[in-house]
Design a protein around this ligand. Structure first.
Ligand SMILES: CC(C)(COP(=O)(O)OP(=O)(O)OC[C@H]1O[C@@H](n2cnc3c(N)ncnc32)[C@H](O)[C@@H]1OP(=O)(O)O)[C@@H](O)C(=O)NCCC(=O)NCCS
Length: 175
């Protein structure tokens, strides 16, 4: 027996998968698998059927998140996508992960004057473990793993385990 049932606005019961896709659409996530530029996909948010997201999920924005196929996002994640967030196929994102593309100038006189936003790219088959924070401007390379609780401030090479705050290379992993 199911613990929770989901219903569409017309009252029809939805499968868990349908609900997850519907939820993702409602927060403005879309599939970039067809290589459509954001200008075209905006307004027609869409995710692949293989995309899974366990709520709750938080975002500021949403339209600048691109999600590939077979992506899993676990509970209580926060994505700030103002600078552009690209999540490739087969990525797994653990619970309580923050992916934050935007911030403020360090200079106190400028801090409230502007928002600084840089893209974040999560390449194919990456695992970002629980509680990690990824800062704007970072690319996490293919097959890499970000250990639990890490704060990633610099690019992560492919096939690499990183951990800590700030995240450092722990070791290479099989490609
Ligand atoms: C990274 C992880 C997978 C362990 O990988 P592992 O290859 O078994 O690594 P080890 O335990 O052998 O540790 C290797 C080194 O990395 C360090 N390390 C491990 N996890 C770390 C972390 N989260 N942050 C910082 N350093 C870490 C260890 O202290 C060790 O350092 P040392 O060589 O100086 O002693 C595990 O620590 C982890 O973060 N798991 C995430 C679990 C999770 O988030 N689950 C949610 C479901 S998605």
């Amino acid at each position: 027996m199911k613990d929770i049932a989901w219903f569409a606005s017309d009252g029809a019961e939805m499968t868990d998968a349908d609900w997850q896709v519907s939820f993702a659409k409602s927060v403005g996530m879309f599939l970039n698998g067809e290589e459509l530029p954001p200008a075209i996909t905006r307004g027609e948010p869409k995710v692949d059927d293989s995309f899974l997201l366990a709520p709750p999920f938080y975002t500021i924005g949403g339209p600048d998140i691109s999600v590939g196929r077979n992506v899993f996002v676990n509970q209580n994640c926060t994505f700030y996508d103002l600078g552009g967030l690209y999540i490739a196929d087969d990525v797994m994102i653990g619970p309580n992960v923050s992916i934050i593309t935007s911030g403020h100038p360090i200079d106190p006189s400028q801090r409230r004057a502007s928002v600084v936003a840089k893209p974040i790219v999560i390449e194919r088959n990456v695992w970002i473990a629980a509680g990690a924070t990824i800062i704007g401007g970072v690319t996490v390379g293919e097959n890499s793993v970000v250990a639990a609780g890490s704060v990633v401030t610099k690019n992560v090479p492919p096939n690499t385990l990183v951990g800590g705050n700030p995240a450092k290379i722990i070791r290479s992993i099989g490609g």
